[in-house]
Design a protein around this ligand. Sequence first.
Ligand code: UD2
Ligand code: MN
Length: 464
Amino acid sequence: YPKARLFSFCSRCKTKVYPDELPNTSVVIVFHNEAWSTLLRTVYSVINRSPRYLLSEVILVDDASERDFLKLTLENYVKNLEVPVKIIRMEERSGLIRARLRGAAASKGQVITFLDAHCECTLGWLEPLLARIKEDRKTVVCPIIDVISDDTFEYMAGSDMTYGGFNWKLNFRWYPVPQREMDRRKGDRTLPVRTPTMAGGLFSIDRNYFEEIGTYDAGMDIWGGENLEMSFRIWQCGGSLEIVTCSHVGHVFRKATPYTFPGGTGHVINKNNRRLAEVWMDEFKDFFYIISPGVVKVDYGDVSVRKTLRENLKCKPFSWYLENIYPDSQIPRRYYSLGEIRNVETNQCLDNMGRKENEKVGIFNCHGMGGNQVFSYTADKEIRTDDLCLDVSRLSGPVIMLKCHHMRGNQLWEYDAERLTLRHVNSNQCLDEPSEEDKMVPTMQDCSGSRSQQWLLRNMTLGA
Ligand code: UD2
Ligand code: MN
């Protein structure tokens, strides 16, 4: 590999000195039907780019793969490697969560490092992670995840200017590191970034802390949700989660899932997300339930053990997390309404048709099914759906969906609960029914008090 590339992520990281005495780590890699080349690329990069005395062992957990070469061929191959590589086989397809639990239980290192099965560790990836855990054993640390193209296997450095968040549907998303976090680090980009959530695949955790904090929710299946579950749990229960920007590990981001989801993709992910929402999100789970019609019908099993864990650890409420850890979240901590916005005259509802940025907000027959007709009028007086806000930048419209910027400006709306009007403060005009020319979009008109300017902000609560 070209050395220059591996060293060029951040020149100031190169001069950092780490303590000689660092905890050692087991590296746990779970896989289901992984390709030979990507799996071995992961294992070799761990072995070749970790100081031998810091690497206790590599544990491969085979989640009931069907490919032949992952059986005896793999077993014989790893015998010749210079670091102990243990292979554990799940008896039946269990999903990455329970497979990781099995790997963790079999591991001996002081730290457990989890990696996906299609990664490449770079030189110097491990020391900064372990050093941070040595400083504070309740810090769970992630490297910067570099991007390996799934077409060309080209290696591209990831950004130290994004951190982990999530949207109303509980999808993990990268968002820009906010100014407050830049300020806290006083502009030193070699210092770790405190991140609200982690992507999930690549992180190190002190092994005793992993157990103290409740490992994983073993009731989650196959894939999804466990990364947010662990993120919320760490923060709410007194730990912290960081991206250590001097550590880089590449990951092959794949356009499509290469394996099956027994039970159906949607069902599995919804079930895991319900367990996450029910245990950790308190009343804020409504944002997930109201925007995802149908999800409340999914059976999520028994979460009493996880709720007891939350009590025993005396974890803080989700509102604390939103206020202190993730104030720039897509979920507003305080809001007046969450649900449809219905016009009194036409009885139609605002509808964020394509959920795309920079498009006009629409208006359609109310369907009461959540999804595109869910908006929240927040305490900051923005009308938002997920990360998009109703925005008007010209007199008489149009009304566009734009990324919420929290700067008031063109996204500031005053709801008059007696007159039922939604007044756009900057233009001093009111949201009105569509014009004759375009029946699909609302208009902005001078405020007149007419019925067509009256809107009902429904407060829906579906939460089970
Ligand atoms: C991301 C995470 C992944 C996990 C997931 C949410 C990164 C880079 N990846 O998705 O680790 O947190 O979000 O759940 O942050 N696997 C099994 N059994 C299964 C399914 C998957 O062993 O039934 C293995 C799979 O071979 C891989 C790992 O689990 O090694 C993660 O799966 P993925 O690579 O499909 O997940 P990814 O990267 O899309
Ligand atoms: Mn992956």
